[in-house]
Design a protein around this ligand. Structure first.
Ligand code: KG4
Ligand code: ZN
Length: 387
């Protein structure tokens, strides 16, 4: 063990999009601190502005790391390795985290570990499954012995991604095979764009999630075309969400809802921190029905494709993660559908669904155990793929 460390402590850094996060995780499973600084500055632009994101990361990264060490009750010298998101994400945003992590690891004389953001999302769930009382070293051997089972199907569904992976642990190393992806917009992106079309705030996912409960999900019959770009031997369970966004836009136009949307947008702009009741009071029954129908269609499509892939690949365990995994209806309907098929489905805790550094530190743990370290040449890879 290296001097000063030896506790299995990984400092995780995440800065791929609009959250600056630093976390301290022991043995890949025990979260001692997970500090997330969300960048509210983007809300008024209706989406993430890359230049602003980089600037905010620069401002937040040092305080976030200091705070994470303080909350964890550890000193920098106790850290065994520094893990950082290498991609995918916004180039400038990633660079802030990577530059900081490189310098910090170098100054501490500790190894640097590069983590794929998507692998991080998957580990947000796997980590919670690992939260057993054994010591860190016992956990390593448990993971090596494949305590979490064989092939797992992981749906990563966020603002930037809608991907299906087969994941398996082989000799202590996680391997991923991409068996489905969106051909256009990500599901979270569709949520955000539809929220914008309806005059709701950014990010739109949480608003649509809450408001859906008050509408009739059968009011507007949205349809999805099944997409499969694969072959009989190598099927691919793909997604497409740009069509439903266009369908919502057309509905708004053909049902004379544009003026009401504009009024809502202006009314919400005038409220500093609108509550759910504020927003609901500004939505008529037709709007609530449209929102509920949109959500039911998106959730239905995500579940159908995931279940078809699980059946095809014989996966018995499904892991759902990423920002959209916070969605209430998605969680409830996944539970029901998995139950009908005798499958296990797992979601991260709400705080672990959206971007955070604890998931990055957790994904780094098997790499730490394997000695899979990054060099000083580590750079941001905005289009980094997994599997
Ligand atoms: O994983 P994440 O924090 O960042 C990315 O890697 O993209 O995901 C953010 C996305 C946004 O599109 C947001 O609208 C969506 O997740 N989201 C939700 C909910 N909470 C966040 N979508 C649906 N329902 C939610 N409750
Ligand atoms: Zn993410």
């Amino acid at each position: 063990m290296r001097e000063g460390g030896g506790y299995g402590l990984i400092l995780g850094i995440e800065s791929s999009c609009d959250e600056t996060s630093a976390a301290v995780v022991r043995g890949g499973a025990e979260v001692l601190a997970n500090v997330v600084a969300s960048q509210l500055v983007h809300a008024s632009y209706g989406g993430v502005v890359p230049e602003l994101a980089s600037r905010e990361h620069l401002r937040n990264i040092v305080p976030a790391v200091r705070e994470s060490l303080k909350v964890a009750g550890v000193e920098a010298k106790d850290i065994d390795a520094v893990a950082v998101t290498a991609g995918p994400g916004l180039a400038g945003a990633l660079l802030v985290g990577i530059s900081f992590a490189k310098a910090y690891a170098y100054a501490l004389g500790k190894p640097l570990i590069a983590v794929n953001h998507l692998e991080g999302h998957i580990h947000a769930v796997l980590m919670e499954q690992q939260q057993v009382s054994e010591s860190a070293s016992q956990r390593v051997s448990e993971r090596g012995g494949d305590a979490v089972g064989g092939a797992t199907l992981a749906l990563v569904v966020s603002g930037g991604h809608t991907h299906l992976y087969l994941a398996s642990l082989e000799d202590g190393v996680w391997r991923y095979r991409n068996v489905g992806r969106t051909v256009d917009d990500a599901a979270g992106e569709a949520y955000d764009k539809v929220a914008k079309l309806l005059g709701l705030g950014y990010p739109g996912g949480p608003w649509i999630d809450w408001l859906s409960a008050f509408g009739n999900a059968k009011a507007v019959p949205f349809r999805f075309v099944e997409i499969n770009r694969g072959t009989v031997d190598e099927p691919s369970f793909d997604f497409s969400f740009s069509g439903i966004k266009t369908a919502v836009l057309r509905y708004i136009e053909t049902h004379g809802m544009k003026a009401a949307v504009e009024e809502r947008r202006k009314a919400l702009e005038a409220i500093a921190s609108p509550t759910l009741d504020d927003v609901k009071a500004l939505c008529d029954a037709e709007t609530l029905d449209l929102i509920a129908s949109f959500q039911a269609a998106v959730v239905g499509n995500l579940i159908r494709q995931t279940m078809a892939a699980a059946a095809h690949f014989g996966a018995t365990r499904i892991v759902v993660s990423g920002g959209v995994a916070a969605n209430k209806e998605l969680r409830e309907r996944f539970d029901v559908e998995a139950g009908k098929r005798g499958l296990m489905v797992r979601f991260p805790a709400m705080a672990m669904s959206t971007d955070n550094a604890a998931m990055i530190a957790a994904a780094a743990w098997p790499k730490f155990v394997q000695g899979e370290f990054a060099g000083a040449a580590l750079n941001a890879t905005p289009q980094l793929r997994l599997g």
